[in-house]
Ligand binder design. Sequence first.
Ligand code: NAD
Length: 310
Amino acid sequence: TANSIGFIGLGQMGFKMAQNLYNKADASLIIYDINKSATQDFISLNKTSATVKSIDIAGSPVDVVRKASVVITMLPSSTHVEDVYLGKDGLVHGVDKESLLIDSSTIHQSVSKEVAHKLTGKGATMVDAPVSGGIVGAEAATLTFMVGALSESDFHRAKPILSHMGKNIVHCGTIGTGQIAKMCNNMLLAISMIGVSEAMNLGIQLGMDPKLLASILNTSSGRCWSSDTYNPCPGIMPNVPSSRDYEGGFGNTLMAKDLRLAVSAASDARVTILLGAVAQQLYNQLANTAEYAKKDFSSIYKWLSKSKGK
Ligand code: NAD
């Protein structure tokens, strides 16, 4: 129905985004996740809320879109998006001309285009809207949404819904451009994090005081977000993952996945990315090491500082 919104994928990000949507939008929710405890937890958390807005659990993606004209998806990667949109019980089997599908997962831009092509072929509207801002931004509804939409009017249909979950809603261009913006940002973030880690580690190993070195970098031309907001060296800043043994934050596995997207897109388009490719190798290594896989991506500093030769 018109005043129902569907949400598929209530994981680390989706759960908090769906909560903001439920709190702020004038609509009931239809939720779905293959992990049944995720949807159950969402219901339990909201069962005492004194509102007429309902929350229903759907049996499949197609069931969601049959009950809600707007559906948001927040899934791990390209294969999950293909499954939820184009699989046996996929969204594609239930859409009509009223349907608006918003995919906020970070996936391959070519998959975003392929899925959108199949959906628009049935008269539905689809936008890609990956996010930056992490779990903290998802909870505080301060996410940035990078939106790829076929037209200005498609973008303006999605914007008020996304505004319940984020602060900056940016139209990047046609379908797939949201993914391109997100991927380029994360590639640069990985490269700058490795750079800050190398500089901090070299200076400290040569005898510099860590805090003094960080403060010099942060007032000099090497300054960047990885040095002045998210410093990877323990003890420089409170409340960042490096000061709690790299717990929480943005995991090495997710960073490795985003870098694979960049390397693959660059290879397809025959664009040279030297440092992006090295960053991918490094983060693949961390993602494949049990000690590091689930740690924050700033743990590259720990990895470097432990790999000193004798
Ligand atoms: P997550 O793994 O915690 O959540 C994904 C959810 O999707 C899970 O609940 C899972 O059960 C569900 N799911 C998987 N396959 C499904 C299917 N076929 N049908 C229905 N549900 C299914 O992941 P997350 O951390 O919430 O990230 C989601 C996306 O957002 C990823 O693409 C990630 O790269 C991106 N992202 C994450 C962060 C972050 O800090 N975690 C930040 C920005 C962007």
